[in-house]
Design a protein around this ligand. Structure first.
Ligand SMILES: [Mn+2]
Length: 351
């Protein structure tokens, strides 16, 4: 089965956003580089999400099926929710010192789901070592210079996983079983289980391909979203219970103090995802979740419900992110932080 024989009408029409070359041409080039490598190191961004992990595992399994050595390294541990989907030990965790020992040990390094050297964390020095052959596959655009032997940057791809899927097609790897499950994890989480604005025809076309590989979406959904602990459930309950509205109902916010966290018995990571429920309050244009850290300061997460660009708000307050999801750190009382946030946000709401 070759790339050309598959109904990839999107891949045929898409171009790399940086070089302008057709995606199909870049895939041929990348497949050749991969064929020539025997040992491959795969890395992704710090704080790896479902797309980062799923794309890495899918590619590693595909390369192994071709008889190659493929190992995934990360400076951070893998989200426990992905455990039932990817095999134990799929991702090897390394610290700065462990990573330094990997330099020069692989024929090729592949960076996935980010193009930014600094986002590779402890693996940056390995991937970008002088003379190291490296390629990159991503659906975010880098503002600086690309320094890869080959790169694929397609912003309209809903997930890095779709680009990996096409690369595996080009390498004539059968995308089924564990490979399909890993890529589904990537695609489904990056599209909010096909709810976000990036869940267009391309996402569904990739999903169809992965379904053909034999997987059970309901089972995978339960593994990722249906395994909430009692403590986490209580914590999410408090996020909703404590919620308040400001700016004529256009901002919904909630504060989780150290005391509330302790009462629920949950850990701070259990808050991940809670803001997406909070933002569902009718009439809200933006949501803010303040969570207090051990030192008393706050982490503020922002979500846009309508057309508000929360990245602009976060940037003004010293943070960053995307138009729909952003955040920043702040000191002071929760009330002071909220007052400042409301000031900045109200100028956005009025324009
Ligand atoms: Mn992604």
């Amino acid at each position: 089965m070759s790339f050309d024989s598959i109904e990839n009408d999107f891949a045929d029409n898409l171009s790399d956003d940086v070089s302008g070359r057709p995606v199909s041409e870049v895939l041929v080039e990348m497949a050749e580089i991969l064929r020539q490598a025997q040992s491959v190191l795969i890395a992704t961004h710090v704080g790896p999400d479902g797309d980062a992990i799923g794309s890495s595992v899918g590619l590693a399994l595909g390369l192994k099926s071709l008889g190659k050595e493929a190992r995934i390294f990360s400076g951070s541990s893998v989200d426990g929710r992905f455990e039932g989907i990817i095999a134990d030990g799929s991702v090897e965790t390394v610290d700065e010192e462990g990573a330094s020992r990997l330099a020069g040990q692989f024929d090729l390094c592949v960076l996935l789901d980010t193009s930014e050297p600094a986002r590779a964390g402890v693996l940056e020095g390995v991937i970008f070592a002088p003379g190291q052959k490296r390629i990159c596959i991503d659906h975010h655009l880098l503002s600086g210079e690309y320094s890869f032997d080959s790169h694929l940057a397609v912003e309209s791809s809903p997930a890095t996983a779709c680009l990996v899927l096409w690369l595996l097609d080009e390498l004539e790897v059968a995308v089924e079983d564990d490979i399909a499950r890993a890529l589904w994890l990537a695609l489904a989480t990056d599209t909010g289980w096909f709810r976000f604005s990036n869940a267009g025809r391309l996402a569904f076309q990739c999903a169809e391909r992965l379904l053909e590989g034999g997987l059970d979406p309901e089972e995978l959904y339960s593994l990722i979203y249906g395994s909430r602990s009692g403590q986490k459930t209580r914590l999410w309950g408090r996020v909703l219970l404590e919620h308040q509205l400001s700016l004529d109902g256009r901002l919904v916010w909630s504060v989780i103090s150290r005391e509330i966290l302790a009462e629920t018995g949950a850990v701070r990571e259990d808050l991940d995802g809670a803001i997406d429920i909070l933002k569902g309050v009718k009439g809200a244009h933006a949501a803010a979740l303040l969570s207090q850290l051990d030192d008393g300061s706050f982490k503020v997460s922002l979500r846009s419900v309508e057309s508000i660009d929360v990245e602009r708000v976060a940037r003004e307050l010293g943070g960053g992110g995307h138009a729909k999801a952003a955040g920043y750190s702040a000191t002071g009382t929760a009330q002071e932080i909220l007052d400042t946030l409301k000031d900045v946000l109200s100028t956005q709401l009025d324009t």
